[in-house]
Design a protein around this ligand. Structure first.
Ligand SMILES: [Zn+2]
Length: 313
């Protein structure tokens, strides 16, 4: 509640601050925007979950970012993380979760044209349209049944969605075949050739705080190993499905040796977990400039109270 209130205040107040002033006062020069999809059409599996950026909105975000920040590669980001404090220039690295096909069809051509680096995080069970994320199933069924309860179902309740689909004659298998929501291995290999980088995003996108530590580790290690081996990668990065909220220090201690960097999406924030960095969610109905400035202002407010660091138990 208070967090939302503070965020809303910072959204309206941010407009009267200059970006340069905010960057200087927070000393946060590394920006990590985070998206899922960019599309002018809303496929059913996304339609009832969140608002993807349109192509025009996305290009406007990039115009703003390129004006004030320099794009860096994942390799640079891995190098930078240890010495984030000493940065004198502004940098950004684009990230995309869930391994969606729009990255190949829409996003990559735009980024290539502008020379912008990006990393895509893949769910190992979904690559090649082998399986569908349970939230996407909920969005597809909601379109037909219009029942809000569908959108509240949890990871452990995926059987309910599969059962309902059977009853209303909806085939997720056919949906996967026709719609091809996910990147294929061939597309990923082509994107790697072009310089894009890839990481893991768990096997099948559970909410980590609902899992035991053992299952958190299993989802993480197995998805990382799969992505690294299949695409022959010499680096190892991971972004948390949904949120890293509630994930304890013991988890980070256990995976520390296996990853170069891990990513959350709590905005511009420090984190007590080593090699773990937070990103800015960009899928709201605001323009990118306002989203980013509001994040800076919120960060500044938290810094004043010494509370801009996520401390893990
Ligand atoms: Zn995700």
């Amino acid at each position: 509640m208070i967090k939302n209130l503070a965020k809303n205040i910072s959204k309206s107040a941010a407009q009267s601050f200059s970006l340069e002033g905010l960057v200087k006062r927070t000393d946060e020069r590394l920006l990590l925007p985070f998206y899922h999809s960019v599309t002018d059409r809303k496929p059913l599996h996304l339609k009832n979950l969140y608002l993807p950026r349109s192509i025009d909105q996305f290009k406007a975000d990039l115009d703003f970012l390129q004006k004030h920040y320099t794009s860096i590669s994942l390799q640079d980001l891995i190098e930078f993380n240890g010495k984030k404090e000493g940065l004198t220039n502004n940098y950004f690295h684009m990230t995309f979760d869930d391994g969606l096909s729009e990255f190949y069809a829409v996003v990559a051509p735009i980024l290539k044209e502008r020379g912008i680096h990006a990393t895509v995080f893949l769910n190992s069970d979904f690559i090649d349209n082998k399986e569908l994320f349970y939230r996407f199933k909920a969005s597809i069924l909601f379109e037909e049944l219009q029942d809000e309860e569908l959108l509240k179902l949890k990871y452990a309740e995926v059987d309910v969605l599969d059962g309902l689909a059977n009853e209303v004659d909806t085939s997720f298998r056919k949906y996967l075949e026709n719609e091809q929501p996910y990147l294929t291995s061939d597309q990923i290999e082509e994107l790697i050739e072009e310089g894009f980088t890839f990481g893991a995003h768990s096997k099948n996108h559970p909410m980590y705080k609902e899992l035991s530590l053992k299952d958190q580790i299993k989802q993480t290690i197995e998805s990382i190993e799969f992505v690294k081996t299949k695409f022959n990668l010499d680096y190892s990065v991971f972004s948390f499905p949904f949120t890293d909220d509630g994930v304890g220090m013991e988890f980070f201690n256990q995976i520390n040796e296996l990853t170069d960097l891990t990513f959350g999406c709590a905005g511009i924030k420090e984190d007590s977990a080593k090699n773990h960095i937070q990103r800015i969610p960009m899928e709201t109905n605001q323009v990118g400039k306002d989203i980013i400035k509001a994040e800076y202002l919120y960060c500044l407010m938290k810094q004043k109270f010494g509370r801009n660091k996520i401390v893990r138990e």
